[in-house]
Design a protein around this ligand. Structure first.
Ligand code: UN1
Length: 504
């Protein structure tokens, strides 16, 4: 869980867990440090190193708060969300700056992260006055049928570091608007952003115990949260490996479990595409957030007729990206989140090399004066990548992308689908027929036409097929299906016994 071997220690504030409406220390009294991956001398704060005892206290608080929260009318619950949304708007710039210090991505992206949380908060607050069910005719006279949503109970949330406030909001806002209570465990690399969101919701008037927060590691705090018998739903975003373990832990008690996991996202570039537009999209999708997005484009599948131009331009533009501290307005790409992640990316680069792909640029850790105090990797482009290579198959989660040649549209679609994942895909083409064929036949949860693989909006469902997910969708009204259960209601106003399906 440690971020790095620190160089110096600056004075740091200690942040607490939030349980039952109070800010509290961890049961063990231990804390851990949260350092800036662009500058390891910069310490954001100390955070509680939570364990099972903290999980138990948090779940108990959430359970205790459930009956009253469930009974509160959804539009009244929504008022609290609206207030939180207003506060997020007020604090957007300050939150973005600290988030950049906390996890590295450039300021315009952390502003976007906060904006996404604002959008989600307002969108879900709106659901407080919608949350539609349906009314249906009955097969019997004088009988009325309808469906209503009901909250489930306590939600355990485990969130990642790459969208430190947006993704927690994807889980917290729909869970709360539906009438559930929750315990969120923040990612060890980004506890501040979650702390901030929780503080804002608390100040907006959330009743005690409705939302509880603990910080700490996966095995120490995440696992007891997933396994706690009073947790009814687990909502997780992170690696496919961890998601599989969580799914197994939830299975014995049929605990609901919503998983948002890895990707090996693809941009298909056809011979009739606006190649420069495709390159711009590729740069944004491959190197935005230093490639540390589940939706990052790590495979460029390019028609043989335009592959030369595309690759040349991609390489030229990747080389020009300015890598550095995300707070500097001249920086295009920030650092890698932590040392183990950086090592993992460098390992994949080495494997790409060994397996025979040609590295056109990047491929190494940056160690100059601007970089030596953080974890920076130069934007890396591999050409000549084939489908048998490890870098074609596995999620790297870093600033590394592959260029793969295709023969035609059918071949491009086939290569795009040759993956165990299915989060996001895109096609650049000017031919409407090609666009629609690819849209239909590429098996992913997100699909873009003439746009990169990133940029999902909060009112559309977000999630993926195959090993990316387990069938759920976050965001959009579809997120409500994770955090509520349907009840079918039959009202008989005939005053006599009526029997469905029985002949007389
Ligand atoms: C992620 O890729 O990890 O679609 C989340 C986007 C963002 C969310 C991405 N709205 O780019």
């Amino acid at each position: 869980m440690a971020k790095a071997k620190p160089v110096k220690t600056t004075k740091a504030k200690t942040y607490k867990n939030f349980i039952g409406g109070s800010w509290v220390n961890s049961a063990s009294g231990k804390t851990f440090e949260n350092r800036n991956p662009a500058n390891l001398d910069d310490i954001i704060g100390k955070f509680q190193d939570s364990n099972e005892a903290d999980v138990k206290a948090a779940v108990k608080a959430a359970r205790g708060a459930f009956p009253a929260w469930r009974a509160m009318p959804a539009p009244v619950r929504a008022e609290i969300l609206y207030k939180a949304g207003e506060e997020l708007i007020k604090q957007k710039e300050e939150i973005a700056k600290t988030m950049t210090r906390e996890m590295g991505k450039v300021l315009k992206e952390t502003r976007g992260d906060v904006q996404e949380a604002i959008d989600m908060t307002y969108f879900m607050a709106g659901e407080g006055r919608r949350m539609h069910g349906a009314t249906m005719p009955s097969e019997l006279a004088n009988k009325f049928n309808m469906t209503i949503r009901q909250p489930i109970g306590v939600v355990g949330m485990i969130t990642p570091w790459n969208f430190p406030i947006a993704i927690p909001s994807w889980k917290i806002m729909p869970a709360l608007i539906c009438g559930n209570t929750a315990v969120i465990k923040s990612a060890p690399d980004t506890p501040w952003s979650v702390w901030k969101l929780v503080e804002i919701l608390h100040n907006a008037g959330l009743p005690k115990g409705v939302l509880n927060m603990i910080s700490g590691g996966g095995p120490e705090a995440g696992q007891p949260l997933v396994e706690h018998r009073e947790v009814d739903i687990v909502s997780f975003t992170g690696s496919t490996r961890t998601g599989r373990l969580i799914s197994e832990m939830c299975a014995p008690t049929f605990k609901h479990c919503s998983l948002e996991m890895g990707g090996k996202n693809v941009i298909i570039v056809m011979d009739d595409a606006d190649v420069e537009l495709a390159v711009e999209g590729a740069i944004w999708a491959a190197f935005g957030t230093s490639g540390q997005r589940c939706t990052a484009a790590s495979r460029m599948v390019v028609h043989k007729k335009v592959i030369k131009d595309f690759t040349q331009s991609l390489m030229d533009k990747a080389k020009k990206l300015r890598v550095g501290n995300g707070l500097d307005s001249k920086t295009d790409m920030g650092p890698i989140i932590n040392e183990p992640q950086m090592e993992k990316i460098l390992k994949y680069i080495e494997i790409g090399h060994k397996e025979g792909a040609s590295m056109l640029c990047g491929g190494k850790r940056l160690m100059g004066i601007k970089h030596k105090n953080g974890y920076f990797i130069a934007p890396t482009v591999f050409a000549g990548v084939t489908e048998d290579m490890t870098i074609f198959k596995e999620e790297i989660f870093g600033p590394v992308t592959d260029v793969v040649q295709c023969e035609d549209l059918e071949d491009g679609i086939r290569i795009a689908n040759n993956t165990i994942y299915g989060l996001s895909a895109s096609i650049y083409t000017r031919d409407v027929n090609s666009a629609f064929k690819a849209m239909r036949d590429v098996y992913t949860g997100l699909f873009y036409i003439n746009a990169p693989t990133i940029g999902a909006e909060v009112h559309l469902p977000f999630g993926g097929t195959r090993n990316t997910g387990n069938g759920h969708r976050e965001a959009g009204q579809q997120a409500l299906d994770i955090f509520s259960e349907w009840k079918s209601v039959y009202v008989d106003f005939s005053g006599k016994i009526q029997k469905a399906q029985i002949d007389n």
